[in-house]
Write a protein that binds this ligand. Structure first.
Ligand code: A3P
Length: 321
């Protein structure tokens, strides 16, 4: 990989120009060589596009269809590994160490192992099948035949709502906020200067593969508009054969208010509970909140950027419900 190095341990992977933490190449290499199981499902997204919602849905459909599995009460990140997370621990601002809650979990689940060799990847190794893995990595960073081996659910969300959610989330991250101001964050999205790469290439890579039988492409906005119809499609894709009644119950169980009531998916040492804006992980869960968050100038810039990038695709994003 051709890399440019920046402050805080951030690198830019060339020629694509994607920004990643400095250890990303090590973890990408490990990921490339990871032993997938034929019943694995990866929930893949650009950050803040509805990953957690989809993870909870897929995990529940596969492991808790009757809503009586006591494991369902555990933190989602314990049940569903984020295999793109390890590289984040290297960021100098994180002091080169995972938060204590992650280390504790790792030490319990993987006695005698070293987290430096890939905390999340090693946790994924001991996870029960069928694994529901989470990843923000580009599809192209996996082996070429990944879709012939496992199932991938890709969730896309319109970039205006995504970047608002991104700003509030990363601003509230402990022990370091990864963003400065809302305007700067919006500009960085347009310039392809946010971590995990560039929004359009990420989404388009998956969109191009949407007809592959092992890739299920979903829009966050469609889930908001009609969750039952999306659950029926997932039921088919995952082969779970759940009744309408069970799907109805899962829709309720994974609704924004139910998930929020069950508690935060991140522990206190990762996310400021009482951050300056009093943001929780389950912030608004809406489509169209972007309307409250753009200056006219940035709105114009963003619309231009969207128009430019959407011209060569039939990707049909939704901006409001
Ligand atoms: P907002 O910040 O706009 O509220 P991710 O899981 O990819 O980090 O995405 C987080 C976004 O999904 C947040 O958006 C969060 O509120 C929203 N979200 C989480 N669970 C949801 C649910 N059950 N229904 C709708 N939106 C949900």
């Amino acid at each position: 990989l051709d890399l440019d190095h920046f402050d805080h341990g951030v690198v830019r992977i060339q020629p694509e120009g994607w920004l990643y933490p400095g250890t990303a190449p090590i973890y990408l290499d490990r990921l490339y060589n990871m032993e997938f199981r034929s019943d694995d499902v990866i929930v893949k997204t650009f950050p803040k596009c509805g990953t957690t919602w989809m993870q909870e849905i897929v995990w529940t459909m596969l492991h808790n269809p009757n809503l009586d599995n006591p494991k369902g009460d555990e933190f989602l990140w314990i049940r569903s590994e984020d295999i793109s997370l390890d590289m984040m621990f290297d960021l100098k601002l994180l002091k080169g160490q995972p938060p204590n809650s992650y280390l504790k979990k790792f030490n319990e689940a993987c006695p005698g192992k070293k987290w430096e060799e890939g905390l999340s990847l090693q946790l994924a190794e001991v996870a029960k099948s069928p694994r529901v893995l989470k990843s923000h990595f580009y599809l192209s960073l996996y082996p070429d035949d990944i879709l012939d081996r496992i199932k991938v659910v890709y969730v896309a969300r319109n970039p205006k709502d995504m970047i608002i959610s991104y700003f509030y989330f990363y601003e509230a991250l402990k022990p370091f906020p990864m963003v400065s101001t809302m305007e700067d964050t919006q500009k960085r999205l347009i310039d392809g200067q946010i971590l995990y790469g560039q929004y359009w290439s990420h989404v388009k890579q998956a969109w191009q593969k949407r007809h592959h039988p092992n890739l299920h492409f979903v829009f966050y906005e469609d889930m908001k508009a009609d969750i039952m119809s999306e659950l029926r499609k997932l039921n088919e894709f995952l082969g779970t054969q759940l009744s309408e009644e069970k799907l109805e119950a899962i829709a309720q169980y994974t609704s924004f208010s139910s998930m929020k009531a069950r508690g935060e998916p991140l522990q206190d040492d990762v996310f400021h509970k009482e951050n300056k804006r009093d943001v929780t992980f389950f912030r608004k869960g809406k489509t169209g909140d972007w309307k409250n968050h753009f200056t006219p100038e940035l709105q114009k810039k963003m619309d231009h950027w969207i128009k430019e990038n959407i011209a060569d695709t039939d990707l049909n994003l939704k901006w409001a419900l």
